[in-house]
Design a protein around this ligand. Structure first.
Ligand code: BG6
Length: 502
């Protein structure tokens, strides 16, 4: 085991302990932190849920999740017994204020056992509508007044719209100090997303070109090959714009567009990011159709398998107008980005899973080569692939080897995966470790959440008030509706699809 500077003693209470997020993501992440020797010497994890589980059955359930979903899968799981001694199940109803003494009792017990007052972390891995009621009951505990050690982690979606997010922020801040609130967006924990900051601010090469003088436009794609995965009930209240654009995609956009930070202080980074959100051009409801496109998948074939349309999915209204695809054009009205369109798109059941960002450079100002030498001439572009490929690639023109002067575009690629191999931590590992250490840099501050909602509200409201005429409008395995191609084609561009992962 490597030797790491590990966080102080911690107790994690996971509300939604028997739920999917804990099963697929949180426990596998905590177990990997344990295997990599990042967990504190003294730690306890209590899964909280209503379902009746014996401790033994609960641990079996969690181990099943680890075996299926951990980045290590079945490999190197030999320390599970050791790890599981720190894990317990607390059966309680989050709505029952009288049951919360179970939490304080456990904290007291561990405090006595360990001889120190530990970090107490409440992770709310529950449906968004349950968050306010649990937070209120937690807020009433004396424990929550301990600003430097008690923390609350809130999963996205943070609110349902600007108003509800605002209310939730008010509620949380009436009980917790801002430094105690960790609003999680797991994209910020992805290695390749964090690497955007390294690329931009640890190199002198890119920053001088990173602006409207050299960049023609930017594209951000977060395509998913999967459909609903049984989350019809949730998705009916969300839609792709809320589920992916309001948070993950806007956060990536902030990393790409922010000004250089003066330091890596959490508030400094977050100030720079919120500046971007505040500078995104607000569109009116009348302009929505020029800037945004929505889609919903029909039934069809997905890689040889027959799949049903969104409206036929379990838990979905057969007349549902929810978007499973969204594409939006943004502008950032500041000195750096004025006039540079930023096209983003996301969707379920698209042709492949691929998250990537492309900065398309402007054409070279003068072209001295004979026209026949440059049949395949292309502008330079820089592509940052987040997943499943993890690489950074620069496209430029090079001479085709041989006696004639012919030019071809070539790619120079840094393969992040090849360097990191299987040791790359998952996003939730990074973020859970940060919570235990009390480092909020990769978490969203209340003003960021508000600003992100403000950006998408006109689109959300317009879509809600004007039912789509053409749903379902894209087939599974495609790249979304034709209207998304038209959105970008109107400006003379096309969406960039990268070759699938090998
Ligand atoms: C979640 C969304 O936040 O992100 C899901 O709720 C989506 O609908 C998921 O599938 C995508 O995450 P990733 O890490 O697989 O790109």
């Amino acid at each position: 085991m490597q030797s790491n500077k590990r966080p102080p003693a911690s107790i994690l209470f996971i509300f939604g302990g028997s739920g999917d997020l804990n099963y697929r993501k949180l426990t596998p992440a905590l177990y990997n932190l344990f295997l990599d020797n990042w967990m504190p010497d003294q730690f306890a994890i209590a899964g909280i849920g209503r379902s009746p589980y014996s401790n033994e059955k609960y641990l079996e359930h969690l181990l099943d999740g680890v075996t299926k979903f951990s980045r290590r899968r079945g490999k190197q799981n030999g320390h599970w017994t050791e790890f599981s001694q720190h894990v317990s199940y607390l059966q309680m109803d989050g709505d029952d204020a009288a049951a919360y003494h179970k939490i304080t009792d456990l904290v007291k017990q561990k405090e006595e056992e360990w001889g120190v007052h530990p970090n107490v972390i409440f992770y709310l891995a529950v449906a968004p509508q349950l968050v306010p009621s649990i937070a209120q009951k937690l807020g009433a505990l004396k424990l929550c007044g301990e600003k430097s050690t008690t923390r609350i982690v809130v999963e996205k979606p943070f609110g349902h719209d600007l108003e509800s997010a605002h209310e939730l922020n008010l509620l949380l801040s009436s009980m917790f100090a801002e430094e105690q609130i960790f609003r999680i967006d797991h994209y910020l924990g992805k290695e390749t997303v964090q690497n955007i900051l390294a690329l931009r601010f640890a190199n002198a090469l890119f920053e001088p070109l990173w602006n409207r003088n050299y960049i023609d436009h930017i594209q951000i794609t977060a395509a998913e090959a999967v459909g609903l995965e049984g989350r019809g009930g949730y998705f009916e209240h969300a839609g792709a714009l809320r589920d992916m654009v309001q948070n993950h995609i806007l956060q990536i956009l902030c990393m790409i567009a922010m000004e250089p930070p003066v330091s890596f202080d959490a508030n400094e980074i977050r100030n720079k990011k919120v500046d971007v959100l505040n500078a995104i051009r607000r569109i009116t409801k009348e302009q929505v159709h020029d800037y945004a496109v929505r889609g919903q998948y029909s039934g069809g074939w997905k890689k040889g398998e027959k799949v049903v349309g969104y409206r036929q999915e379990e838990g979905v209204n057969p007349q549902s107008n929810i978007d499973t695809f969204a594409a939006v054009k943004f502008y950032i009205d500041n000195w750096r980005w004025q006039g540079v369109p930023i096209y983003v798109r996301t969707g379920k059941y698209l042709n492949q899973k691929a998250t990537h960002i492309t900065l398309q450079f402007k054409q070279a100002p003068h072209y001295a080569f004979p026209s026949e030498s440059a049949e395949t001439w292309r502008s330079n572009r820089l592509t940052i692939s987040i997943q499943p490929n993890m690489d950074i690639s620069i496209r430029f023109q090079a001479k085709r080897p041989g006696q004639t002067m012919m030019l071809d575009p070539v790619d120079m690629t840094f393969d992040y995966d090849a360097v990191a191999g299987e040791h790359l931590p998952e996003a939730y590992e990074t973020l859970l470790l940060d919570v235990m250490e009390g480092d909020a840099t990769l978490f969203m501050r209340n003003d960021q959440v508000d600003a992100a909602w403000q950006v998408i509200m006109p689109i959300l409201e317009t879509w809600e008030n004007r039912p789509p005429q053409d749903f379902p409008n894209y087939a599974p395995d495609s790249w979304g509706p034709d209207a998304a191609d038209a959105l970008i084609a109107r400006d003379g561009h096309t969406w960039i699809n990268l070759p699938p992962a090998p």
